[in-house]
Design a protein around this ligand. Structure first.
Ligand SMILES: O=C(O)COP(=O)(O)O
Ligand SMILES: [Mg+2]
Length: 218
């Protein structure tokens, strides 16, 4: 059996439309132009504070407004779930992995409360024994501490981290665990540039990929 920890935004769920809507509600309130969905995808991955910072910088809002806009962003984040969908095949893949006896967790830079809110809304929370958010510990990805904490909570020896971004690749490398790259998420680099143990394009492939890697390692 393996412990498999997943990133959230851009890996299990396509949450950019909800984050885009929150960002643009804030920008409208500031009298600024909206950001595009593509910009939003590029701004995701280093947590909510960095996202707000990138949003501000893209529309010329000074640093002095960071704390106020971050608080306004967080006030809307827990309920920003209705435009978010799991990527195709995600619930089925998680159910298959659980049925095979694997133990599953989440390690995201999304703050813990909105992470739990969107997992519950999409009925994905039942698959996970542990969820580490970007504010669960003092350190967040690419620091490997929360990923180590997630694996410690699951208590297996075969470990896999599944993510979509450069931040996830670096986190896995620093934690020294195999990194499985979901190629259709929010990465900025090409697949070839990313240091991944394996790449998959569709969640239907993930359970078989895990079994193959476990057999190879045995
Ligand atoms: O940047 C965020 O808030 C979350 O991103 P992640 O789920 O890909 O870690
Ligand atoms: Mg991600």
């Amino acid at each position: 059996m393996a412990a498999i920890v997943f990133d959230l935004d851009g890996t299990l769920i396509d949450s950019a439309p909800d984050i885009h809507a929150v960002a643009n509600a804030l920008l409208a309130g500031e009298g600024r132009d909206p950001i595009t969905l593509d910009e939003t995808r590029r701004f995701i991955g280093n947590g909510a504070a960095v996202l707000v910072q990138r949003m501000r910088q893209a529309r010329g809002i000074p640093d002095s407004e960071q704390a106020r806009l971050f608080a306004a962003f967080m006030a809307r984040y827990d309920t920003a779930v209705h435009l978010t969908e799991p990527y195709p095949g995600v619930p089925q893949a998680l159910a298959t992995l659980r049925a095979s006896g694997h133990r599953l967790g989440v390690c995201t830079n999304k703050p813990h409360r909105p992470a739990m809110a969107v997992l519950a809304h999409l009925e994905l929370d039942r698959f996970f024994e542990t969820v580490l958010g970007g504010d669960s510990m003092a350190a967040h990805k690419p620091d490997p501490a929360p990923l180590h904490a997630a694996f410690n909570a699951l208590g297996e020896t075969a470990l896999f981290y599944v993510g979509d971004s450069e931040v996830d690749a670096e986190t896995a490398m620093r934690a020294r665990v195999p990194f499985l790259l979901y190629g259709a998420g929010y990465r900025k680099a090409s697949i070839e540039e990313m240091l991944a143990t394996a790449v998959f394009a569709n969640f239907d492939q993930l359970p078989g990929l895990i079994e193959t890697l476990l057999t190879e390692a045995a």
